[in-house]
Design a protein around this ligand. Structure first.
Ligand code: C2E
Ligand code: CA
Ligand code: CA
Length: 616
C-alpha cells in the first residue's frame, strides 16, 4: 500500500515538474494538479488560488467546483477570518475547518459554499523560496471531517509542486514584462508595439489609428543639460502621453521616439483631434533641477484601414508622415499622404544636388534689382542662389529650395552667399555705383548653428563694406520663434536692415509689424498676381501699403510681371517693386552694367536740363 502510494506521488510529481519545465502556463499546470490530487484522494474537491503582492485572492484552478464559485471569491482580501484559504494565506499556516457551518472563520462566507454541498475545508499556504505566501492549496469535503494521513502526505507534495510552479510562472512573467517594457518609462516597448500592430492588422475588422511622435529639442537638452535631464524629459513626455486617455496605448520605441495606438480612432478627423490633444499636453513647461524645459513634439499619423496594406507598410507610412512633419511642420501634426514618398525623395535629391554643388564650388549668387517704381531706378538688389551644372546650365533656387532644409547645406550656402555678396558689393562701391542695400535670404536653420552675428559681420569687414548695406530677409515662419525674433532684433541693432519676406503666405499677421522692428515688408507675389482680378486681394495690398506707410516701414511688391500691375501699384502708393517686368535675377557684372547705364541716363538727363537752363 505504502509503496503504491509513493509511486503514485512520484508519478504525479514527475508529470507536474515536466509541465513546469516545458513552460506550460500555470493555470493549466494547476488544473492538472487538482485533477490528479482528486483522483488520489476520493471525496476531496481540490482548489488552487494565487495571492498577489497586495494580499488579494485570485482563484486559478478548481475543476470540480462551479465557475461561479471562483468568480465569487476573485479579488477578496486575505484576513484573519476569511474562510480557510483567506485565513491560511493571512497566517501563513494550514487552516483545518472541519465544519464550515459553525466555524467562526467562515462567518459571512457560508452562503457561498453550503449550497454546493461543501461542509469542510482544509487549506494550506503555498510559499515562495523567500517564505512569502504566494498561493493556497485547498481540499473541500462533502462531509464534516479533517484530512487523513494519506491526504496530508499528498498535500505536502502538491504544495511543494505549486510553489515551484508559481515561482516559475512569476519568473517568466517578470521576463516577459522586461522583454515587452521600456525600463526608463515603464511603457510598452518596440517589441510590444510591433506585436500589437501585427495582431491588429491580422484582424481586418480591428481598425485603429497610429501616431508616431518624436521630441523636437531632445538633442539640444542632452547636449546642454546632460543626459540625466534628457532622461527625465523622456520620462515626462511618456507620462504625459500615457495620462492623456484610457483608450490609447503608448509605446516608447527607443530614443526620443514614441508611438500611440488608438482603437477608437477610425477617421482622419478624430485621429487629428487626438494628435492635437497630445500636442496640448506638452504645452506646460516641465521643471527639472530648477530648469524650465519646453517639451515640443512632432507627430505623424496613419489609419490602419486606409494607409497600409500590411503591418510593415503601415509602420513605414507612419514613419514617413513623422519624417515629413519633422521637415515641414516641426511641433505640429501631419497625416500620411500617398504623395509623401515622392516629396521626401525630392528633398533627398535636392539636398544631394546642393551638397555636391557646394563641394565643387558651383554655387554662386545672382542679384535681382529692387526698383523705385516711380523713377524706374534700381535702389537695391536681392541675392538669390544659383547652381551651375557641369553642362553650364543655371539652376534657380526654387528648384533646390528643399535642399536648404538640411542644416549643413543651409550653413554652407549662407557662407558662400555672404562672400559673394560682400565681394560684389565691394566691386560696385569701388566703381562708385550707388545701391542702398544687398539682401540675403535666411532660413530658420541659419539661426540654429554657429554665431550668425559674427558670421554675417566677418565677410563685410574683410571686404571693407559697412554692415548697413546688408539687408537680411526672413519670413514670418522664421520670426514665429521667439528666440530667433530677438536675435533678428539684435542684428538690426548692429546696423543691418531687416525685411519681412513673402508677407501674406504665412500668418500674415499685422501684429508682427508692431512686435518686430522691421525696415521693409515684401508683399508676396501671390497677392500681386491676383490684385487686378480679385477685388479682395487688391484691397489687402492697398491696406498693407497704407499701414506700412503709417508705420514708416518700407514696402516692396514682389513678382511684378506686367506694366498694368506696376501702374496700379504706383497709383496706390507702393514705392518699391521687384519682378520680371523690370529685371530677372542676373550676375554681379550685369548689375554693374545696369547701374552704370542708369547713371549715364541720369547724367544725360542732368546735361539736358542744364543746357535747357543755359539756353533759357
Ligand atoms: P524669394 O526670396 O521669394 O525670392 C524670389 C523668387 O521669385 C526668386 O526665385 C526669383 O527669381 C523669383 N521671382 C522674382 N520676380 C519674379 C517674377 O516676376 N515672376 C516670377 N515667376 N518669379 C519671380 P528663386 O531665385 O528661384 O528663389 C526661390 C526661393 O529660394 C527664394 O524665394 C528664397 O526663399 C530661396 N532662396 C534663394 N536664394 C537663397 C539663399 O541664398 N538663401 C536662402 N536661405 N534661401 C534662398
Ligand atoms: Ca527673398
Ligand atoms: Ca519673397
Amino acid at each position: 500500500m505504502q509503496a503504491r502510494r509513493v509511486s503514485e506521488l512520484s508519478a504525479l510529481q514527475n508529470e507536474i515538474l515536466e509541465s513546469v519545465a516545458k513552460g506550460v502556463p500555470f493555470p493549466t499546470v494547476a488544473d492538472t494538479l487538482c485533477r490528479r490530487a482528486e483522483a488520489l484522494a476520493p471525496g476531496a474537491c481540490c482548489t488552487i488560488a494565487s495571492i498577489d503582492s497586495g494580499g488579494l485572492i485570485h482563484p486559478v484552478a478548481g475543476p470540480s467546483l462551479p465557475q461561479t464559485y471562483g468568480e465569487a471569491i476573485e479579488g477578496i482580501s486575505i484576513g484573519p477570518r476569511v474562510g480557510s484559504c483567506g485565513t491560511a494565506a493571512y497566517l501563513g499556516t494550514p487552516v483545518e475547518v472541519t465544519d464550515i457551518a459553525t466555524d467562526p472563520l467562515w462567518e459571512g462566507f457560508t452562503a457561498l459554499v453550503l449550497p454546493l454541498g461543501l461542509k469542510a475545508c482544509w487549506s494550506s499556504p503555498i510559499k515562495s523560496a523567500e517564505g512569502r505566501v504566494v498561493g493556497t492549496f485547498a481540499f473541500y469535503y462533502r462531509e464534516t471531517r479533517g484530512p487523513s494521513d494519506l491526504e496530508r502526505q499528498l498535500v505536502d507534495t502538491c504544495v511543494h509542486l505549486c510553489s515551484i510552479a508559481i515561482e516559475r510562472d512569476e519568473d517568466s512573467r517578470r521576463l516577459k514584462h522586461l522583454a515587452y517594457h521600456d525600463q526608463l518609462t515603464g511603457l510598452s516597448n518596440r517589441y510590444a508595439f510591433n506585436e500589437h500592430v501585427a495582431d491588429n492588422m491580422a484582424s481586418p475588422q480591428q481598425s485603429f489609428g497610429l501616431l508616431m511622435l518624436d521630441i523636437d529639442n531632445m538633442k539640444l537638452v542632452n547636449d546642454s543639460m546632460g543626459h540625466s535631464v534628457g532622461d527625465a524629459m523622456i520620462r515626462e513626455v511618456g507620462h504625459r502621453l500615457a495620462s492623456a486617455g484610457k483608450e490609447i496605448t503608448v509605446y516608447r520605441l527607443g530614443g526620443d521616439e514614441f508611438a500611440v495606438i488608438c482603437a477608437r480612432c477610425s477617421d482622419t478627423e478624430n485621429l487629428a483631434t487626438l494628435a492635437r490633444q497630445l500636442l496640448r499636453e506638452m504645452e506646460k513647461p516641465f521643471e527639472c533641477d530648477g530648469n524650465f524645459i519646453m517639451l515640443q513634439i512632432t507627430i505623424g499619423g496613419v489609419l490602419s484601414k486606409m494607409d497600409g496594406t500590411s503591418a510593415d507598410v503601415l509602420r513605414q507610412n507612419a514613419d514617413l508622415a513623422l519624417y515629413h512633419a519633422k521637415q515641414a511642420a516641426r511641433g505640429d501634426y501631419i497625416h500620411f499622404e500617398h504623395g509623401l514618398r515622392t516629396s521626401i525623395q525630392c528633398r533627398t535629391e535636392q539636398i544631394a544636388l546642393l551638397d555636391k554643388a557646394l563641394d565643387e564650388g558651383r554655387v554662386f549668387a545672382h542679384f535681382q534689382p529692387v526698383i523705385c517704381i516711380r523713377r524706374a531706378k534700381i535702389i537695391g538688389v536681392e541675392a538669390l542662389a544659383r547652381i551651375r551644372t557641369d553642362e553650364g546650365d543655371i539652376i534657380s533656387a526654387g528648384a533646390f529650395s528643399l535642399g536648404l532644409s538640411d542644416s549643413k547645406n543651409a550653413f554652407r550656402l549662407t557662407s558662400r552667399m555672404l562672400d559673394q555678396i560682400a565681394s560684389n558689393m565691394r566691386a560696385w562701391m569701388d566703381e562708385g555705383l550707388e545701391l542702398r542695400h544687398v539682401a540675403l535670404n535666411l532660413s530658420t536653420v541659419d539661426f540654429q548653428r554657429g554665431n550668425l552675428e559674427d558670421r554675417l559681420r566677418a565677410p563685410f569687414e574683410a571686404y571693407g563694406v559697412p554692415l548697413r548695406y546688408l539687408q537680411i530677409e526672413v519670413t514670418e515662419n522664421v520670426l514665429m520663434n521667439q528666440e530667433v525674433a530677438s536675435r533678428v532684433a539684435r542684428l538690426r541693432e548692429q546696423g543691418m536692415q531687416v525685411a519681412l519676406d513673402d508677407f501674406g503666405t504665412g500668418f500674415a499677421s499685422l501684429s508682427h509689424l508692431k512686435d518686430f522692428p522691421l525696415d521693409y515688408i515684401k508683399i508676396d507675389k501671390s497677392f500681386i498676381d491676383n490684385m487686378l482680378s480679385d477685388v479682395a486681394c487688391g484691397a489687402i495690398v492697398e491696406a498693407l501699403i497704407s499701414v506700412a506707410q503709417k508705420m514708416q516701414i518700407g514696402i516692396v511688391a514682389e513678382g511684378i510681371e506686367s506694366a498694368e500691375q506696376a501702374t496700379r501699384l504706383l497709383e496706390i502708393g507702393c514705392p518699391l517693386g521687384q519682378g520680371y517686368h523690370y529685371f530677372r535675377p542676373v550676375d554681379g557684372d550685369t548689375i554693374a552694367t545696369l547701374l552704370r547705364s542708369f547713371d549715364d541716363a541720369a547724367d544725360q538727363q542732368a546735361n539736358v536740363k542744364s543746357s535747357q537752363r543755359k539756353r533759357a
